[in-house]
Design a protein around this ligand. Structure first.
Ligand SMILES: [Zn+2]
Ligand SMILES: [Zn+2]
Ligand SMILES: [Zn+2]
Length: 395
């Protein structure tokens, strides 16, 4: 199981409202890796999997070659990529579960999955059988949670299976209980976010289906309506998105090729063209996607002026936190939960997104500073706010 230790950071309790935070225990330079960690549990999103974004069942590494991925995503079966040596897909290392044929990127992943949860969740020859209780659970989830996806019911199923399979159930349970718990009204907001406005019915349905397909006595509290809502909110609140793509690995390796200047430029514009083609056919859905629970990362709070960022440099679920500023010993380490374009938006817009998606009020230094000039709102901003109010009414 993933032990995440780091010489650079520690988790500290800040106060009752802010909860936990991550702090530097030494001076860190901009660009340094703060830590690298594997999730306690992770799972691919179910629509993503259904649409043949093939990933290792355990570590979410994308399993296609960069060329295969390009062919599928551009819907062009004869698409060829130059410099195939820049693709790192190790197809000869792939192995399957002998019972259900699910694919792993290597023997280590197959063994880890089997030891942690797959012995319980393996559907054997019934994997293609839509009537299998777990298949029905997945289908029920897909029918309530459409792309863009942010979570998967299989994350909960894996958590239960991990408890089931462990010789030390209490320590697995206590590991999950370290994650942030929300007050009841926030739990409902989270369920609303994941399952839509009328979340009560699908939530109850999922609870019953999970209890029928995968009951574990030592965590019976998870199966009560209140317990299930809490567990659900925990996964929604703490789940970190994961993305992997053979194409981006290929492109990154291409950049490092020692080529003469003119060939380098030619390759650069070829890569730009590849991404344009991908965008035209597949839009933003390029990666194998999933989510996971990370012990250290989940303690890292948001700031609109972050000093660190999350990357997935290994093309799998292994997360790396990198300093984007010099960080002094004792300083809190913060990441930005907002996407690249949302971060440049106004305080009002940022706080709205954070409230809706992460159910908290941002009190970061940037938000505090901008609160002072709130009354000098630009005209553009007013319009934006009006539009948002309209959107709110439509919802
Ligand atoms: Zn793997
Ligand atoms: Zn299996
Ligand atoms: Zn802020």
């Amino acid at each position: 199981m993933a032990a995440s230790v780091s010489d650079n950071v520690e988790i500290r309790q800040i106060d009752d409202t802010k909860g936990k935070g991550l702090f530097a225990v030494k001076d860190i330079k901009k660009g340094d890796v703060l830590f690298e960690e594997r999730p306690i549990v992770s799972s691919q999103f179910l629509w993503n999997e259904l649409y043949k974004y093939t990933a290792c069942e355990y570590c979410l590494k994308s399993l296609e070659t960069a060329e295969q991925q390009c062919q599928r995503l551009t819907e062009n079966p004869v698409f060829t990529l130059p410099f195939p040596e820049c693709c790192e897909a190790k197809v000869d290392k792939y192995v399957v579960c002998p019972q259900c044929q699910v694919v792993y990127c290597c023997e280590e992943c197959r063994t880890a999955a089997w030891t942690e949860y797959h012995r319980t969740l393996c559907m054997g020859p019934s994997r293609q059988d839509g009537d299998h209780p777990l298949a029905r659970l997945c289908e029920a989830w897909r029918n309530t949670h459409y792309p863009p996806e942010t979570s998967s019911i299989m994350l909960l199923a894996k958590m239960i299976a991990m408890v089931k399979q462990s010789d030390d159930k209490l320590s697995v349970i206590s590991m999950f209980s370290q994650f942030v718990n929300l007050p009841v009204n926030k739990e409902e907001e989270m369920a609303h976010k994941l399952l839509g406005e009328n979340f009560q019915h699908p939530l109850e349905l999922l609870r019953q289906m999970l209890a029928e397909s995968l009951f574990e006595e030592s965590v019976q509290q998870w199966y009560t309506p209140e317990g299930f809502r809490s567990l659900f909110a925990l996964v929604g609140m703490n789940g970190q998105g994961i993305g992997s793509s053979a194409i981006s690995v290929w492109a990154k390796n291409c950049e490092k090729l020692p080529l003469p200047e003119d060939e380098k430029q030619k390759l650069d514009s070829f890569i730009d063209q590849v991404y344009e083609d991908l965008d035209r056919v597949s839009g933003t859905f390029l990666d194998c996607e999933g989510s996971g629970l990370y012990r250290l990362q989940s303690a890292c709070n948001h700031s609109c002026l972050p000093n660190a960022e999350i990357t997935f440099p290994h093309n799998n679920h292994c997360l790396v936190l990198e300093a984007t500023e010099d960080i002094k010993m004792g300083e809190e380490i913060c990441i930005c939960y907002l996407s690249g374009c949302d971060i440049s938006r106004s305080r009002h817009s940022r706080q709205k997104i954070l409230r809706e998606n992460y159910v908290f009020h941002c009190g970061c230094p940037r938000c505090l500073a901008e609160a002072d000039d709130e009354d000098v709102t630009s005209e553009e901003e007013e319009e934006e706010m009006d539009e948002e109010d309209d959107d709110e009414m439509k919802e």
